[in-house]
Design a protein around this ligand. Structure first.
Ligand SMILES: [Zn+2]
Length: 479
C-alpha cells in the first residue's frame, strides 16, 4: 500500500516493525491503536500516544451518538498522518497526489491527514474531526452536505481535556477530586474556558460576528457550499447549528437519523431534513437567534435551552406569572403575545455566589477560596457586570418569529426593568437592597415570545458563575 514507503525499504537499515521510517529525510514515528495507526514527523511521543488513545476512546462514543453498538467498528482501522512538513509527506507519497491541497485536515474513507497545530487541544480536535468524516464514510458512505458533515464532525470533536484542567489552576485536593470525577475522555462536551481549548477559537468567531451584528441565519448556514476551504467562520456556524439541533429533543432524532442519507451531498439532503422538522421551523429560527446570542465559554446546552414552540397558546390578556430561575438562561412565559403593550412587574431575591480569596490581613490562608452569598434583587448588583449589565439583573427580551427573508440574524434586544426609587428598602445590617419591585412597559410590534433571565456570567467555574446561583424572581406580565 502506498503508505509503506518504498523509498525507505530500498534504503534499508530500518528494521523496526512499524515505528520508524523516513519521510524524505525526516524521521517519522508510528503509533498503533485499535482504530488509528498514526504516523508523524513530530518527535513528541506523548502527543502521539495521547492522540491515538483519544481516538480509540472516541470511536464507541461516536457509534453511540448514531445509535450503533460498540462492536459495529470492530476491525475498522484507518491510517492517520500528523504532519509538520507537509511537502515531505507529499514527496514521499504518504500524502498522495490525488489529495488536494487543504487547510488543517483532510479525510478519505481509509486515512486522515492533519497539519500539526500549536496546541494539544487543537491537534486532538482535528484528529477527531477528520476521524468522524472517515467513520461516516464507513457507516453511511459519506457525511452529507457541508453544514451537516462539518457540523457533526465539529460536534463530535469537541471534548473535555481533563489533563489540561488538572495542569492549570487546580491545586492538590481539587485536582484529586477532578481526577476522580472525570476519569474518562468524553467527546461532544464543550470546552469550559479558553485555557483548556487553545486554538479552538469557535466562540471567538461567534463573538466577533455578534459584536458586529453580522451573524448568519440558520437557513444560510444550511446552504453553505460543498467546499468550505477551511474557512473557520463556516465551521463555527456548522458546529453551532449541529449543537442546537441535537440539544433540543424536538429536532435531535431527525438530525441524527439524517446521517443515514450521508451519501447524498446535494441540497436534497437538506430538503429532506427540512421536511422532517418543517412544522417547527419558525421556532427553530427563533431558537437560533437566542442560541447565537448565548454561545460563549460557560455555555451549557441544557441550562440554556429555551422552551418555546409554535404550539404555545396565544396570550389571553389575563396576568401570567413566571418564576425566573437564576441558574438558567432565557425562560419563556409559555405563551406568545400579539402586538401591543404589556406591563412587566418583578420582585423577589436570588443568591449570586461570588468566589473570593480571603483578605491579606486575615489569619487564615490568604489564597483560600471562600464562597460569599450575594443577595440580588431584579435591579442586579452593580459591583460586577457581564456583557455590559449588572449580574443578578432581571432582563426581558421580546423574541418575534424571525422573518424568513432575513439576510442576517438580528441581535437580541435585551431590556432591563426600572426600579422604583422609593420601593427600595436598604437593610443597614447587610447593605442589601430588599423589598424592591421593578416595572417595565414592554412594546411588542409583532407576534412574539417574551423571555426573561437573570443576568450572570455563564458557567460553573470562575469568580462568578450562573451554575451555583440559587433562587428565583417572581415576574408577572399583564395588560
Ligand atoms: Zn471537516
Amino acid at each position: 500500500m502506498w503508505h509503506c514507503s518504498k523509498f525507505v525499504l530500498l534504503l534499508g537499515g530500518f528494521f523496526s516493525i512499524w515505528n520508524a521510517s523516513a519521510v524524505a529525510g525526516a524521521e517519522t514515528v508510528t503509533r498503533q491503536g485499535v482504530h488509528l495507526r498514526l504516523t508523524s514527523d513530530v518527535a513528541d511521543e506523548r502527543l502521539l500516544d495521547d492522540l491515538v488513545s483519544a481516538f480509540d476512546a472516541a470511536v464507541p462514543q461516536w457509534l453511540a451518538f448514531w445509535g450503533f453498538p460498540a462492536d459495529r467498528a470492530t476491525g475498522w482501522r484507518i491510517d492517520g498522518f500528523l504532519m509538520e512538513d507537509v511537502d515531505a509527506f507529499r514527496r514521499d507519497g504518504k500524502l498522495p497526489g490525488h489529495i488536494p491541497d487543504f487547510k488543517n485536515g483532510f479525510a478519505t474513507p481509509d486515512a486522515i491527514w492533519i497539519q500539526r497545530q500549536s496546541s494539544i487541544y487543537y491537534n486532538r480536535h482535528l484528529v477527531l474531526h477528520e476521524g468522524v468524516h472517515a467513520l461516516a464514510f464507513e457507516l453511511f458512505g459519506g457525511g452529507g452536505p457541508s453544514w451537516y458533515m462539518e457540523g457533526t464532525a465539529e460536534l463530535l470533536a469537541t471534548h473535555r481535556d481533563r489533563s489540561e484542567a488538572l495542569r492549570s489552576g487546580f491545586s492538590g485536593a481539587e485536582a484529586g477530586l477532578l481526577a476522580q470525577a472525570e476519569t474518562s475522555f468524553r467527546v461532544n462536551e464543550l470546552p469550559r474556558r479558553r485555557e483548556d481549548s487553545s486554538m479552538w477559537g469557535r466562540y471567538r468567531v461567534i463573538e466577533k460576528r455578534r459584536e458586529s451584528g453580522s451573524l448568519p441565519t440558520l437557513a444560510s448556514v444550511m446552504k453553505l457550499p460543498t467546499n468550505l476551504q477551511g474557512d473557520v467562520n463556516s465551521y463555527a456556524w456548522c458546529w453551532a447549528a449541529s449543537l442546537m439541533l441535537t440539544a433540543y429533543p424536538e429536532t435531535r432524532d431527525a438530525f441524527i437519523a439524517a446521517a443515514r442519507n450521508g451519501r447524498d451531498q446535494s441540497p436534497s439532503f437538506t430538503t429532506r431534513f427540512y421536511r422532517e422538522i418543517g412544522d417547527q421551523w419558525p421556532a427553530v429560527r427563533a431558537r437560533w437567534r437566542v442560541w447565537m446570542d448565548d454561545l460563549e465559554y460557560g455555555f451549557d446546552r441544557d441550562a440554556y435551552r429555551v422552551n418555546l414552540s409554535t404550539d404555545d397558546p396565544r396570550y389571553d390578556g389575563a396576568p401570567v406569572n413566571l418564576a425566573v430561575d437564576s441558574r438558567r438562561g432565557w425562560q419563556s412565559t409559555g405563551v406568545w403575545f400579539p402586538a401591543g403593550t404589556v406591563r412587566v412587574q418583578a420582585s423577589g431575591q436570588c443568591v449570586v455566589v461570588a468566589e473570593a480569596t480571603l483578605q491579606q490581613d486575615s489569619d487564615d490562608d490568604p489564597n483560600a477560596i471562600v464562597h460569599r452569598d450575594w443577595i440580588s434583587t431584579p435591579a442586579g448588583i452593580t459591583v460586577r457586570y457581564h456583557r455590559g449589565a449588572p449580574i443578578g439583573q432581571l432582563q426581558v427580551c421580546v423574541l418575534p418569529i424571525p422573518s424568513s427573508g432575513d439576510k442576517q440574524t438580528a441581535p437580541l434586544r435585551v431590556q432591563s426593568l426600572n426600579t422604583a426609587p422609593n420601593g427600595a428598602v436598604r437593610s443597614n445590617v447587610s447593605g442589601v437592597v430588599s423589598g424592591t419591585v421593578a416595572f417595565r412597559e414592554v412594546q411588542i410590534d409583532r407576534p412574539s415570545w417574551l423571555l426573561f433571565r437573570i443576568n450572570d456570567v455563564p458557567g460553573e467555574i470562575g469568580r462568578y458563575q450562573r451554575a451555583d446561583n440559587r433562587g428565583e424572581y417572581q415576574v408577572q406580565v399583564s395588560r
